[in-house]
Write a protein that binds this ligand. Structure first.
Ligand SMILES: *Cc1c(COP(=O)(O)O)cnc(C)c1O
Length: 353
């Protein structure tokens, strides 16, 4: 597809690495293309970063037809820029689109526009330790009518944001509260899709946990409130009595690319990794009898985030004395090594831009 390019007349001053934070600054350009049932995807364009203009009846504003992705471009020590498993994001986006009745994007077209856009914004990829260029592709239904139905028109956008190191003061284990009231998703719902609606539904529990001094909630399944699902917006893994356990992809859990990568790294290193149902009762028994050795969340933003304390029904349990565990540290070092090009990518996961 022909991608038209309009360069900005007012390039921005790039922020200092120390001020980056997450999602506060945006690059000079954005990618956009539109979809209609008649034309398919059309009008692919890279344009100066600007506000969007939407019809007040636009589907997304009323019925929440929105999906997104999150991946990073990493600056290697040799100055080159690379992506981590971008095809995984593209495939997952299409699975999300299918669930929400949004149009899919042919994989090679999605790859082409993503890499062209990153090439255009490449110099925005920061080089300070732990920093990266966060890419946020998103798609929304954009019919100009209040009728309720699968959309006929959609818009796909990619924006990019230079982001700071997640761990500025070293890796600090987080405190997590097990949520037994609100649920994030149910099987048959949209839990496996990366859609904005899942986030809207989970904010209340997150707020409540924060007020009590916890950084995230650990979600239980929506039917029985019995099985562990995810932690905040990350997948979760436990090491119990030498075995690494992560909730299986039951339909209500987001299939994280970091989760998948952790499993592959661990298996290659000879660990036993089991994807299965893990009940909160089994977990609290392991916390009580001391067999819970490590716990961590995993996702693109933090890579891995060690859990130092879990609270369930008002009872607090320390995990590994509140310190990062050996497996958690090894995963962090292996994945970040590959992502920032510090160690050879023996998995073939990186794509140079
Ligand atoms: C994006 C996301 C994850 C992590 O997925 P990655 O591909 O590893 O970044 C986990 N859970 C939820 C709910 C998410 O939205």
């Amino acid at each position: 597809m022909n991608i038209s390019i309009t360069k900005t007349q007012n390039p921005k001053v790039k922020p200092e690495a120390s001020t980056l934070g997450f999602g506060k600054f945006f690059t000079d350009h954005m990618f956009m293309m539109d979809y209609s049932r008649e034309k398919g995807w059309y009008d692919a364009r890279i344009i100066p970063f600007a506000n969007l203009s939407l019809h007040p009846a636009s589907t997304v504003l009323h019925y929440g037809s929105e999906i997104f992705e999150g991946l990073k471009a990493y600056r290697r020590k040799d100055g080159e820029v690379q992506l981590f498993r971008p095809m995984e994001n593209i495939r997952r986006m299409n699975n999300s689109a299918e669930r929400l009745c949004l149009p899919t994007i042919p994989e090679d077209l999605a790859f082409e526009v993503l890499t062209k856009f990153v090439q255009m914004e490449k110099e925005w990829t920061p080089s300070a330790e732990g920093t990266s260029l966060y890419l946020r592709p998103f798609m929304f239904g954009n019919d100009e009518t209040l009728g309720v139905h699968a959309v006929h028109n959609a818009t796909f956008v990619i924006i990019a944001s230079p982001v700071g190191s997640y761990y500025k003061e070293g890796i600090n284990p987080v405190k997590i509260m097990i949520e037994d009231e609100d649920v994030r998703a149910v099987r048959g719902g949209t839990g496996y899709a990366k859609c904005g609606g899942n986030y809207a539904a989970s904010n209340r529990a997150g707020e409540r946990a924060e007020q009590k001094g916890y950084s995230q909630v650990l979600w239980l399944d929506g039917v029985e409130r019995k099985y562990i699902e995810e932690v905040g917006a990350m997948n979760v893994m436990f090491k119990i009595n030498g075995e690494i356990i992560t909730p299986m992809l039951s339909g209500s859990i987001l299939p994280g690319i970091t989760r998948k990568s952790c499993i592959e790294v661990l298996k290659k290193a000879g660990y036993t990794v089991t994807e299965r149902l893990l009940s909160v009762d089994e977990l609290s028994a392991a916390m009580e009898n001391g067999t819970l050795e490590e716990a961590w969340g995993c996702g693109t933003a933090a890579v891995v985030s060690p859990i130092g304390e879990l609270c369930y029904k008002g009872v607090k349990y320390a995990v590994n004395d509140g310190k990062i565990g050996e497996v958690t540290q090894k995963l962090y070092d292996t994945l970040t090594g590959i992502q920032w090009g510090k160690t050879p990518d023996t998995f073939g996961w990186t794509v140079q831009i």
